[in-house]
Design a protein around this ligand. Structure first.
Ligand SMILES: Nc1ncnc2c1ncn2[C@@H]1O[C@H](COP(=O)(O)OP(=O)(O)OP(=O)(O)O)[C@@H](O)[C@H]1O
Length: 243
């Protein structure tokens, strides 16, 4: 695979062409994605909006190598994901993609530090666990168990676990979906800081249109198609958002 760290800043990290995903066939076919074409630039913060069922998770899962499209092409830098073997997709996910989901999926019997350290055992060039915990402001809680943490703190552990391997892509599916307003903002702030500080390309799914103010680009899906792409004049900080 091409060395992503050797690419110029602003180069497309993802090139998506005519992407389609159909579940099932015949009368029961569900066209989850229809003809999606898009370039995502390195270091970009992209927000994906759309009603329930519009195809957001399907797109994110395909971009993260968790699912494969029915047709179309995706390139991660110069590497064609659409023709990758299962082994190559495993390496892609392990080395280059950090996932954050609505539910944190932490291992209850491991401490904060141990949950994050699990990833460093299998990654090529991880950052020290304590550095990842500092980035999400959880240094003081490193020896606690998930049950001793709030929802927002658990989500920050999940973010530390996603970024400790220094991924080029941070893919977040409704990261604030289970959190209250203030906690959700804090989690968004952490994601924005990682995007700005480490240059990690971030794609964030949300139902909350107010979050779009944080983005470089806002992509709205309707019925599996890109309905609009907006570039806000100025990127707001999470503190400036209200909903
Ligand atoms: N494994 C599957 N088998 C069949 N249909 C599926 C499958 N996964 C998703 N779909 C369908 O594909 C469409 C897009 O689903 P997707 O989960 O991508 O939407 P979404 O925009 O992420 O929705 P939500 O906001 O509710 O999570 C929906 O109609 C969904 O029912």
């Amino acid at each position: 695979m091409a060395n992503p760290d050797a690419q110029p800043p602003g180069a497309p990290v993802l090139r998506i062409r005519s992407l389609c995903k159909t579940y099932g066939s015949g009368e029961s076919a569900v066209h989850a994605l229809r003809d999606i074409s898009l370039d995502v630039r390195s270091g970009e913060f992209v927000v994906l909006l759309g009603a329930s069922g519009s195809g957001k998770s399907t797109l994110l899962n395909i971009l993260g190598g968790l699912d494969i499209p029915t047709s179309g092409e995706i390139e991660f830098f110069e590497h064609r994901l659409t023709h990758a073997t299962d082994e190559e997709l495993t390496v892609y996910r392990r080395e280059h993609v950090g996932f954050v989901f609505q539910f944190y999926n932490l291992i209850p019997s491991l401490t904060v530090r141990e949950n994050v350290a699990l990833v460093t055992d299998i990654a090529d060039n991880p950052m020290p666990v304590d550095e990842a915990l500092a980035l999400v402001a959880l240094t003081q809680r490193r020896d606690h168990f998930p049950s001793q943490l709030s929802g927002g703190e658990q989500q920050r552990v999940a973010i530390a676990r996603a970024i400790v391997k220094r991924p080029q892509l941070l893919l977040c599916d409704e990261p604030t979906g289970a959190l209250d307003y203030a906690t959700g903002k804090m989690v968004l702030e952490v994601i924005a800081n990682i995007n700005a500080g480490l240059g990690t390309t971030a794609i964030v799914i949300t139902h909350n249109a107010a979050i779009a103010g944080m983005a470089d680009r806002v992509i709205r899906l309707v019925d599996g198609r890109i309905a609009s792409i907006e570039t806000p004049a100025r990127r707001l900080t999470p503190a400036e958002l209200s909903w």
